[in-house]
Design a protein around this ligand. Sequence first.
Ligand code: CTP
Ligand code: MN
Ligand code: MN
Length: 533
Amino acid sequence: MAADSCEVEFNRLKVLIMPQRIQKRRLETIKIAAKKRGVNTVCELSAEVTHVVTEFETMEQVVRALKMDNVASLGNVETVSLRWLTDCFKAGKVIPVTEEYRLKLEMLESSQNGNEADDKHPSLLPEWACQRATPLEHYNHRLTTDIETLQLHSELRDQEQDYSRALAFRRASCVLKCLPFRVTDISQISNIKDVGDHVKRVVKDILEDGFSSEVDEMNNNAWFNKMKLFTGVFGVGPSTAKKWIERGWTSIQDAAEAEDLSKDWRVRWGLAFHEELQTRVERPEADNFMFMVRAEAQRILPGTTVELTGGFRRGKKTGHDVDLLISHPQEGAEVGLLPRLLKQLENRGLILCGSYERNSFTEDVLRQDFKLSQRGQLDHFEKWLGICKFPKQFATTQNGQDVVQEAAGMTPSSSKLSGSMEEDYEPKAKLRKLGCIDKCPRSVASEERDWLARRVDLIVAPYSQYYYALVGWTGSKHFNRDLRLYATRVLGMKLMSHGLYNISKDCVVPAGSEKEVFDNMQIPYREPTQRNC
Ligand code: CTP
Ligand code: MN
Ligand code: MN
């Protein structure tokens, strides 16, 4: 009986034995011993491999020998010393992988001393987040969640040093997302430059006690919770939220009653639809809306491209909004498209409220000195930011094309736009009249309806700026921040969603693909799903 169950355990293993540093005869003996016990051994890494077994001492050596980009590429695999396998054989069963068997990272001497990694010797954990692959799923959510709470707290408090403090927390959280193992001991991360003393303290507490009292206190702090609640309202930033708290408001209800006549249409609609906007947008909804917008845009202007960007493009299953990037391969053809598109969406009854911004880009924008603050994130694209009405069937229909067909027959809203599709159409004025001023948000919210309110960002990029815009609007926010800082500090260039500006040559560096954006930045290309820092 016992022997049987051990065999079953051994059967579950799929082990890659790295031949380096193991004598041929010893390797043969080990392979035979493995076979006898039913252990599956392979010569190449694949998704099914459960353990990489090696005589190497560090993860860095393993990653290099496997010709990988960095440690994140190892995915879900335990990387252990050969001794673990031989101990399993001795014990006659699969023994747990404990610290003594696990390989150490030990990557830090080279990259942290400023030695540049080259192609032959990629650094295991490159210094910049934009040089690393950062997946959505990783091993250290328990730690990164708490560290990002500290980050958010600093951001919302926004006093002296808080911006850099928040950034430091984010850097630490970001580097933990790249590690190919779960951190179980503080020594595993003691050399990592991006993990400072404060984070180390928090990690140590979580590892030892299962929680950090500092983070727990934060999570129970009334001010912090009110700030989170209020800044979660569309149109409300930290300074407005602080004012509301000073007025003694504690709930959305308090704010909604007092702000019913707010001058800011976003706040009125944001409050009225707060609960609904808090529910996550699912991927099918985003896809269906994208198909719908694409079909409309292409009817107006054949050849128009509409891409789903933001978190969804990075592989997230849900999001807080839908970010669509619109362009046309013929430079200049896109001019005037967005107002006409908005009018069509309005006719279809898809628009609740929103605001339109004209394109305010000139090349001077790239030349201007800019601080790497939150303000530096803003771009000058023509755009519409608002709330759309998603037919409820968007959530349940998988085939976007069908939805587009059906929605073509959707009842137009009662306040249908009048007039022609002339060039002088001014969406801002008209949309205000239609959605943002005439109607009472709270009564619209309480009406019986067959749609859900969803936040939507529509961005138009001229084709010459398209791939920089695509990178910028794909994110993550921290990935962008890191890219921009890297451009300034390392390349002496300026990066925006409009392009890369070579300051010394006084010229913009064109890109005809996302890969070229990365090439121009002299960093390895990363798929959108690996930009989740
Ligand atoms: N962005 C930007 N300029 C803005 C707003 C956003 O360049 N004025 C970028 C952000 O940096 C981010 C991307 O556009 O990379 C999408 O922003 P947002 O929707 O806020 O974040 P997501 O990553 O999509 O998160 P979620 O899934 O919650 O929507
Ligand atoms: Mn988004
Ligand atoms: Mn957005």
